[in-house]
Design a protein around this ligand. Structure first.
Ligand SMILES: [Zn+2]
Length: 382
């Protein structure tokens, strides 16, 4: 998703607007509030289109595309969608998601027409629904899950060649005739079993590293017992030192649903820690530069396009007259004094997300940070 997002972020539609729609299609009781919201917005849009002009045709085409996308999302049983369309420029992008209840996310519906695609909900989803791998490992068995939007999309499992039981049997190798325990024999078998176990752990680590590489995944939740945990973690990091591996006590005998719930919880906790760490970095940046305040950050992003980290408070919302062509924040709507582009009142958080995504910056959302709220709810680390 980040690559497609960067493509959207650089697009501007100044002669004919792009319509950005974001809908949560999940039912509430017997109603689907997303569809009710959409119906109202579409009827308003129809009323505001001019009669018998080219623009009316483009508008009708936009409406048709949005309705088709919603029907397609429902056929695919997706419960969220985002559509970006600008019929004049033959531009159409659709995203569907099926969020599991574990994802525990409610985003407001939105329907906007303007010079910029409304990227904000996508960025928030991308941050909250990052893919990760869950490896549940023990001496008996390894199970690997690929998790997207709180759902298992890929699964692999492997039994250990030698179980703990076998090991216990061998340990008691007892000679009935002499009454001795054959320790030398036991040690030899032990050594052999240990080598097999090493090989098994390495295989689990390799599979995990391969999947992470194939899916550009940066986080692994490792649910393991105290015997398997540390060596498997070490082997994963040997294969790919850039992965973040979080150890979580997840029992492999749990049901798949409970394993998933525990894995998602461990991942979220780690995400929360990463967000907190980002906020701490803003206040002790070392040699890096820090900017606070939405307008200031917007100007830095416009001028130097740094690939840093944008940290946004989830509750941050502010509107200002922003130029659809050059992103300048001006005093009033109308025509931009810098580039003569169209200036409309737009949310600053969306402009920030677009500029950051276009610059290839990382976007991190944080919740309930008093320190960041005091600094205006937005920070940029360069
Ligand atoms: Zn401008």
């Amino acid at each position: 998703m980040p690559n497609r997002m960067a493509g959207l972020a650089t697009r501007r539609f100044t002669d004919y607007p792009v319509t950005s729609v974001f809908l949560d299609l999940r039912p509430r009781g017997t109603r689907r509030p997303g569809l009710v919201f959409l119906k109202k917005e579409l009827s308003q849009m129809k009323k505001s289109l001019p009669h018998r002009a080219e623009e009316a045709e483009w508008g009708a085409r936009d409406i048709q595309r949005i309705q088709e996308a919603v029907a397609e999302a429902q056929r695919e049983k997706a419960n969220h969608l985002a559509v970006f369309t600008s019929a004049k420029e033959e531009f159409l992008e659709k995203y569907f998601w099926t969020l599991a209840p574990e994802a525990d996310l409610r985003l407001p519906h939105s329907f906007v027409r303007g010079a910029r695609p409304r990227l904000y909900p996508l960025a928030l989803l991308a941050d909250r629904l990052e893919n990760f791998l869950l490896l549940v490992a023990s001496q008996r068995k390894g199970e690997l899950f690929n998790i997207e939007a709180g759902r298992i999309t890929k699964h692999w499992e492997k039994e250990a060649p030698v179980h703990a039981e076998t090991r216990r049997e061998k340990r008691g190798a007892f000679d009935r005739r002499t009454g001795n325990i054959h320790t030398t024999f036991t040690k030899r078998v032990e050594g052999h079993l240990q080598a097999l176990e090493e090989k098994f752990f390495r295989e689990l680590a390799k599979k995990t590293a391969d999947w992470a590489k194939a899916g550009s995944i940066r986080s692994v939740v490792l649910g393991a017992d105290p015997v398997a945990g540390p060596p498997v973690k070490e082997k994963i990091l040997e294969q790919n030192g850039r992965l973040e591996v979080v150890l979580a006590p997840i029992d492999s005998k749990l049901s798949p649903a409970r394993i998933l719930a525990a894995g998602v919880q461990a991942f979220r906790q780690q995400e929360q820690e990463r967000s907190n760490f980002r906020v701490e970095e803003l206040f002790s940046p070392g040699k890096r530069q820090v900017f606070f305040g939405a307008v200031e950050i917007l100007n830095v992003l416009r001028e130097t396009r740094p690939a840093g980290v944008l940290v946004l408070d989830e509750a941050f919302h502010q509107e200002a007259p922003i130029c659809g062509r050059c992103s300048a924040v001006t005093i009033q709507t109308g025509v931009c004094p810098d580039c003569a582009g169209p200036v409309e009142r737009s949310p600053l958080e969306n402009e920030l997300v677009c500029l950051a995504a276009a610059a290839g910056a990382e976007i991190e959302f944080v919740k309930d940070s008093e320190a960041l709220a005091k600094k205006g709810g937005a920070g940029l680390l360069v």
